[in-house]
Design a protein. Structure first.
Length: 281
């Protein structure tokens, strides 16, 4: 990671199941990531908790509805709402996914992969610049898990992400679990993916669980992080140096103490890797 990019430490996804416990306990979490769309409202409990937690912790915004690779025009109303929320929250950064998620009129409620072609590259780069012009800040884009590929691809996903960051000046959110899931589904080496990204553009890492069905793997965010993903995470930190790390859980929510224990594991593994890295430097 570039020395100019801040490392926030070790964070959790902010979920409504834990709002009150966060305020009551002030847990040892360095920062929280909020799902942007959950707070694009005019008032109510969601914004009350958001404001209260923002007084105590740094926040990052993470969207799921931008559909930056979609065939439709970007939604100007959505972009203005996103900008207004960013002005309110003052997040360390704003992220979304390199995917498409909307047809002409409806959200598909899925994060679908793009064709990695030269035409798609220039199309998406122009849309990223449009978003960044509205937000007045770099957009951070995440690699999604995938289960199908386009037969006409000109690039691998990591080559596409590298070229996109160069063309649009966007930054990257490296989801380590998604790399592992896609590598199992498509038969590539996950380390080739990670080494193929521009290290100085990686702003954040994601960790999450998945469901392993043997012949294929589904990114479900409803299990603890698996051992292979922990191993890939440690290798990634050894390669990149310190990068803000976020633990996600979106279903089958455990008791808050269990989630904090898993976050502490990420912290201990990360600190061990980084201490060894600097000792050897």
């Amino acid at each position: 990671m570039s020395a100019s990019l801040p490392c926030l430490g070790y964070g959790l996804g902010l979920r409504s199941a834990y709002y009150q416990q966060i305020l009551d306990q002030s847990p040892a979490v360095d920062w929280f990531e909020v799902v942007s769309e959950n707070f694009m409202v005019q008032g109510g409990k969601a914004l009350y908790y958001l404001d209260a937690i923002a007084e105590r912790y740094p926040l990052v915004m993470h969207g799921v509805s931008l559909s930056v690779g979609g065939p439709h025009a970007l939604d100007p109303g959505y972009l203005q709402q996103l900008k207004q929320l960013a002005d309110r929250v003052k997040p360390a950064w704003v992220s979304d996914h390199l995917c498409w998620s909307r047809g002409n009129a409806h959200q598909l409620h899925d994060l679908l992969p793009l064709p990695y072609t030269e035409e798609s590259l220039y199309y998406v780069a122009g849309r990223v610049r449009q978003v960044q012009e509205v937000l007045q800040r770099p957009l951070v884009l995440e690699n999604v898990s995938s289960y199908v590929r386009s037969a006409g691809d000109d690039f691998s996903e990591w080559e596409f992400l590298r070229a996109l960051s160069q063309l649009s000046d966007c930054e990257l959110l490296l989801d380590v679990n998604n790399v592992y899931v896609s590598s199992r589904n498509h038969g590539f080496d996950p380390w080739t993916f990670i080494q193929g990204l521009p290290a100085n553009r990686i702003r954040q890492l994601h960790l999450a669980g998945h469901s392993d069905y043997g012949d294929y793997v589904i990114d479900t965010h409803d299990h603890p992080v698996s051992d292979p993903v922990w191993a890939l995470y440690q290798r990634t930190l050894d390669y990149l140096g310190p990068v803000a790390t976020l633990l996600e859980r979106d279903d089958h929510f455990p008791p808050f103490a269990e989630l904090l224990t898993e976050l502490q594991k990420a912290r201990e593994l990360g600190e061990s890797v980084l201490a060894r890295r600097y000792k050897c430097a």
